[in-house]
Design a protein around this ligand. Structure first.
Ligand code: PAF
Length: 287
């Protein structure tokens, strides 16, 4: 697996693969890779002949008080993990390579409705930063397909909408969340948790599952269920940012009769913000 740092080298390597008739798969990441990322690369390797991954901690998607500076940078370990998962080329650009004119970059991509609320409410500008960097990366790599984790459910919805609205000829594939044995969704930010916090953290997924089971069993009073869920998180020492039941495709608040639902949660454990979600498809007997 080659690692390249410039757009020029990236384009040359992808052009070579394409001239050999290869289908290009792409997995954008911010590094500090875990088995969840490996699953994205494995999926890309199953669907494409040449897999490009990127590692770039994108300043544009971090708020002023967020963890941009302390976000873990672990390039050597990441390279090994990518190689093991079947990646062919790593693009690991500098900030200057990605934003030669600085962070005041003029052209931005925004997907306003889907970016409102949920994570967008407490992270203003975050999804504009994500959509902008992902469209830049898409233009640099020009992949046939790209794989994203379903753990970042709102991000995936934003990217799907962007690709559709801007006619980008790229198939977007969502890959299910990889969890630790106790249910905690794998995330680079789990590394910030103290051992005590790590022992508490699975309450997030437990809460989602309990809500999911209640809704699956026919409970329709979503506000009451959400309130119970928040109380459970608070009792465990977390500070819920949001816990919501939404329509799984357009992310609008769920209505009675909707069959494709997603329960989304973000909660602080100490200073660490954990997010997770649970997709629910209700059949006719339950909705
Ligand atoms: O999900 C991530 O790691 C990032 O938001 C992404 C998609 C790599 C864009 O910086």
């Amino acid at each position: 697996m080659n690692t390249v740092k410039t757009v020029r080298e990236l384009r040359a390597a992808v052009a070579r693969a394409r001239s050999e008739g290869k289908r290009i798969g792409f997995v954008p990441t911010m590094g500090n890779l875990h088995s969840g990322h490996a699953a994205l690369v494995t999926k890309a390797a199953q669907r494409a002949d040449f897999v490009v991954a990127s590692i770039f901690v994108n300043p544009l998607q971090f708020g002023a008080n967020e963890d941009l500076d302390k976000y873990p940078r672990t390039l050597a370990a990441d390279q090994q993990r990518l190689l093991d998962a079947g990646c062919n080329l790593l693009f690991a650009p500098t900030v200057e390579e990605m934003y030669p004119d600085g962070m005041g970059v003029q052209t931005r991509v925004s997907v306003p409705q889907l970016s409102e609320g949920l994570c967008g409410a407490s992270r203003p500008g975050h999804f504009e930063g994500v959509a902008t960097v992902v469209s830049k990366l898409f233009n640099m790599v020009q992949p046939d397909l790209a794989v994203f984790g379903e753990k970042d459910f709102q991000q995936l919805a934003v990217i799907r909408a962007m690709v559709r609205d801007l006619n980008m000829p790229i198939q977007i594939i969502g890959e299910p969340t990889v969890r630790a044995e106790d249910g905690l969704a794998l995330s680079s930010r789990n590394g910030y948790l103290t051992p005590d916090q790590r022992a508490t953290a699975p309450v997030v997924y437990r809460t989602l599952k309990q809500l999911g089971e209640a809704i699956g069993a026919g409970q329709v009073d979503f506000p009451a269920l959400v309130e119970q869920g928040k109380q459970q998180l608070e009792a465990a020492g977390l500070r819920p940012d949001y816990l919501e039941v939404r329509h799984a495709v357009n992310l609008k608040p769920a209505n009675f009769g909707d069959r494709d639902l997603v329960i989304l949660v973000a909660a602080y454990l100490g200073n660490t913000r954990l997010i997770d979600n649970l997709y629910l498809h209700l059949d006719e007997t339950t909705a």
